[in-house]
Ligand binder design. Structure first.
Ligand code: ADP
Ligand code: ASP
Ligand code: MG
Length: 413
């Protein structure tokens, strides 16, 4: 007998029929003698629909009301799934995050889980029931409803698995595992049998939204065995492992990309100590996250300073910087939201020189210009013009020999 936490994403619970299909799978596990906790997302499109409704009323609703609103999406699915389980004779109970008591901090729309009270879940499991928990949400010390950021149901599932010391946390979604890159962009992408936590964290951080970043961090920290699988067809999926990549493993595990980036450049900045702080300090104070930063070598006392932020933050960042640019005596402020970031990720690159050279050569051969470059131990990222994104991803996928042979191509992507 095993204790399994299963999470079903929006598409997997998108219709009543699909919910019934999920109920069948859960029932199968239960009849095989396993204890099952199910975490569900809102039905596909629901969270976006709710956000759009709010925006019809107010441009900037307060984060507290936003969370109260979007948390309803998951509550609907938990109750419907419980009913679908009852319908096939499986005892089940639905819980909101607050009912379980998934205690979070009070950072609305991006709250962090502090503690999970597992007593109700354990009691229900002991009685032979299935426990259905709303993903993405929690409650703060004051009893306010909070949410964990987009894609947060993954994190709910992993956190519950950690609290219960579950044997496995299974993330069921609309692809049958983690691929070498997004299979919706590259049809020769291949499913990975396994990927290390480190690589998965880097892939997620660089834009592969198949798992929320925090869920991977959590799984790594608490050693939760984590697997990504398809809710539509049987298969082994992809195991996220604690092992170091073996020697045989390819240098590159995958290619991630992110369109949600914008670039700001301050031209003609006086090249004096403290200037970077004067520019980035106010950005940080406004809680705008900065990703890549580049400062050119100074020439004749002046330099250029470029950094990237999330695309949704570029207007605000510009507003904050305009007075700063004037006060430090810089020449000009430019922004560009039509950029994208492409990253190659792999623990193998630690021991292989030449990964950067191979990447840059491949991109130059198809005429893709790199605007910014940044590296870490296991990844290299470049910022390019957004129009070239798909070309760049395909080119790199081929250059690093990640393409599947035609006969290996899966059907369900
Ligand atoms: P869910 O609603 O189940 O949480 P998501 O849309 O959040 O599903 O995540 C699954 C999607 O992630 C896939 O449909 C796929 O387009 C995308 N994706 C991006 N990168 C990858 C990758 N490397 N491997 C698999 N899927 C990926
Ligand atoms: N429903 C939330 C979202 O769309 C959380 C999730 O699906 O994980 O972001
Ligand atoms: Mg998701």
């Amino acid at each position: 007998m095993a204790l399994i936490v299963q999470k079903y994403g929006g598409t997997s619970v998108g219709t009543v029929e699909r919910l019934q299909h999920v109920a069948e799978r859960v029932a199968r596990f239960q009849r095989d003698g396993h204890q099952v906790v199910v975490v569900v997302s809102a039905m596909s499109g629901e969270t976006n629909r709710l956000i759009a409704l709010a925006r019809e009323i107010l441009d900037q609703p307060t984060p507290r009301e936003m969370d109260a609103l979007v948390a309803t999406g998951e509550q609907v699915t938990t109750a419907l799934l419980s009913m679908a389980l009852h319908n096939i004779g499986v005892p089940a109970r639905s819980y909101t995050g607050s009912q379980v008591r998934i205690l979070t901090d009070s950072a609305y729309t991006k709250a962090r889980i502090r503690e999970i009270d597992d007593s109700r879940i354990r009691a229900d499991l002991a009685e032979g029931g299935v426990v259905v928990v709303a993903g993405f949400q929690g409650v703060d010390e004051q009893g306010n409803i909070t949410t964990l950021g987009r894609g947060g149901s993954d994190t709910t599932a992993v956190a519950i698995a950690a609290a219960l010391k579950a044997d496995e946390c299974q993330i069921y979604t609309d692809v049958d595992g983690v691929y070498t890159t997004d299979p919706r962009i590259v049809d020769t992408a291949q499913r990975l049998e396994k990927i290390t936590f480190e690589e998965m964290l880097e892939m997620a951080s660089m834009g592969s939204k198949v798992l929320q970043i925090r869920s991977v961090e959590f799984a790594g920290k608490y050693a939760v065995p984590l697997r990504v699988l398809s809710s539509f067809r049987e298969g082994p999926g992809t195991l996220i492992t604690m092992e170091e990549g073996d020697m045989e493993a390819p240098t590159i595990a995958g290619i991630a990309f992110n369109r949600d980036e914008a670039k700001l450049t301050v031209l003609g900045v006086p090249d004096t100590p403290g200037v970077a702080y004067k520019i980035l300090g106010p950005i940080g104070e406004a809680n705008i996250e900065v990703d890549m930063i580049i400062q050119n070598t100074g020439e004749q006392g002046h330099t250029d300073f470029t950094f990237t932020v999330a695309r949704g933050d570029v207007v605000r960042a510009r507003e904050i910087l305009e007075p700063v640019v004037a006060s430090v005596g810089a020449a000009e402020l430019r922004d560009d939201a039509k950029i994208a970031k492409v990253s190659v990720v792999g623990v193998g690159m630690r021991s292989h020189s030449g990964v950067a050279a191979k990447m840059f050569k491949a991109l130059s051969e198809v005429g893709v210009n790199m605007q910014m470059i940044s590296t870490s131990e296991i990844k290299i990222s470049v910022v390019i013009e957004e129009n070239y994104l798909e070309l760049a991803v395909r080119t790199l996928h081929t250059a690093f020999e990640l393409d599947a042979e035609p006969e290996d191509l899966g059907a369900d992507k």
